[in-house]
Design a protein around this ligand. Structure first.
Ligand code: ZN
Length: 434
């Protein structure tokens, strides 16, 4: 009798736990299948392998090179150090060499291949290893790089569904040129980058309040990442004790280039002010290693959960290409607007005369239809692939800067979106009412 009631109580307990964890994910934009229980245990194991010493020792090694201004010897040596760490923990490593403006340097990319060969999705976690001229850059952004290396070290012993790219960028402090050239090149090679988690300044907390918060700065298109991350923060709150603060986008960090090229990405940063930022005082004494380890744990959990879950639906605008000029639907010129980051026209697409949009929906189940919008207004839908539309206004010609947006839906109600910033001079429109 006794054993029976223990079993019954245990079963109902498990059912309750299960329903709680399911409800936590109900609102996700990209709904995913439930993870098997052993995966949850693996995540807890991974989190417990992160500790202050591990993260801080990576940070000490990086800071020991001194200021790492893009193009200097110190910067180059730091890249070699990061390369050797990725190599030693068994990642596929490569340099992404870049030249932009008067700068020349390289990003370091460590790849952990996913087990699902049917998925071409890439999840990027990144930080920048360069600094301003006279700063040791312990917090900006040694903290991000230390977290990146620690997360890579732990995750390299596991197999996750999708590819994870661990990227250390240079050129951030001189104009985010390392990430810009990477995002541009990745876009031109057709990479399916699902999400970008950019850690930049994550090692400082001077208040108890700040010690419990990590900020996610994002645009509307990337808000699903914040929603996803908030669910993970809640799920492991007892273990990590860190909340996510959802704040508006701030142009100027390394995730921006990816957003400009039509991908989703967020900037992750501490709550409290960065002490000594961009000065010789940005040193190890201003690092709160307890806080840095907590942020590293949470980022690891978010990344592992995201890389393990199946992506049920994605929609990707295939043409026109980001960052090109078109004349009557012909691509005539790649626009070199990388230096104009703050003008918000990097990666913009110019359309003149007439232009078609086409998109691809990647889904486990049948796609019901794709809806085409201009500035959030539904204008046209297509229910048979290839999903295409002649871009135009509804009642007036489409002239000026606009947002072209597509939504793909399945019969069970799953939805995905993609969008593109365009500057258009297109004279046709759907209904004449003037
Ligand atoms: Zn930075």
């Amino acid at each position: 009798m006794k054993i029976k009631s223990i079993i019954l109580i245990s079963i109902s307990f498990l059912l309750i736990i299960n329903s709680i964890s399911l409800s936590a994910f109900e609102n996700l934009k990209f709904k995913t299948e439930n993870s098997p229980l052993d995966f949850e245990e693996d995540i807890i194991d991974m989190i417990n392998q992160i500790n202050e010493n591990l993260v801080f020792s990576y940070l000490e090694n990086l800071v020991s090179f001194g200021p790492r201004y893009t193009g200097t010897d110190n910067c180059e040596k730091s890249a070699e150090y990061i390369y050797s760490v990725f190599e030693n923990i068994g990642l596929d490593v490569k340099y992404h060499n870049w030249k932009f403006s008067k700068f020349e340097s390289r990003n370091v990319v460590g790849i952990l291949k996913g087990f699902d060969t049917s998925s071409d999705a890439i999840i990027i976690i990144c930080a920048h290893y360069d600094t301003v001229k006279d700063s040791p850059g312990a917090n900006d952004d040694g903290s991000g790089v230390a977290a990146l290396l620690a997360i890579a070290e732990i995750l390299s012993s596991y197999s996750l569904r999708h590819d994870i790219y661990f990227i250390a960028f240079s050129g951030e402090e001189v104009g985010t040129y390392g990430s810009f050239t990477y995002a541009r090149d990745a876009y031109n090679s057709g990479d399916n980058i699902y999400a970008v988690l950019n850690m930049d300044i994550i090692g400082g907390a001077q208040t108890e309040y700040g010690g419990k918060i990590i900020r996610f700065s994002n645009t509307e298109r990337s808000s699903w990442i914040v929603e996803f991350a908030s669910n993970i923060s809640e799920k492991y709150l007892n273990l990590i004790d860190l909340f996510i603060e959802d704040i508006p986008n701030y142009r100027g960090a390394d995730n921006q280039a990816f957003v400009d090229y039509g991908y989703d990405g967020v900037w992750i940063a501490e709550h409290d002010p960065c002490i000594g930022g961009h000065s010789p005082n940005d040193n190890l004494t201003n690092i709160n290693s307890t806080y840095l380890a907590k942020v590293t744990k949470l980022l690891l959990a978010i990344l592992a959960e995201m890389a393990y879950r199946e992506i049920e639906i994605q929609v990707i605008i295939k043409t026109p290409y980001e960052g090109r000029g078109y004349f009557f639907n012909r691509s005539i010129i790649p626009l070199g607007l990388g230096r104009l980051n703050y003008w918000s026209i990097r990666g913009i697409t110019l359309l003149f005369g007439r232009a078609m949009v086409s998109c691809e929906a990647i889904s486990k189940e049948d796609v019901k239809f794709v809806i085409f919008c201009i500035d959030d207004n539904f204008i046209f839908w297509d229910n048979t692939p290839p999903y295409e539309w002649k871009i135009q206004g509804k009642y007036l010609p489409l002239i000026g800067r606009h947002k072209l947006k597509v939504f793909a839906y399945t019969y069970s109600g799953k939805c995905a979106t993609d969008e593109m910033d365009i500057i258009a001079f297109l004279l046709s429109y759907q209904y004449g009412r003037l």
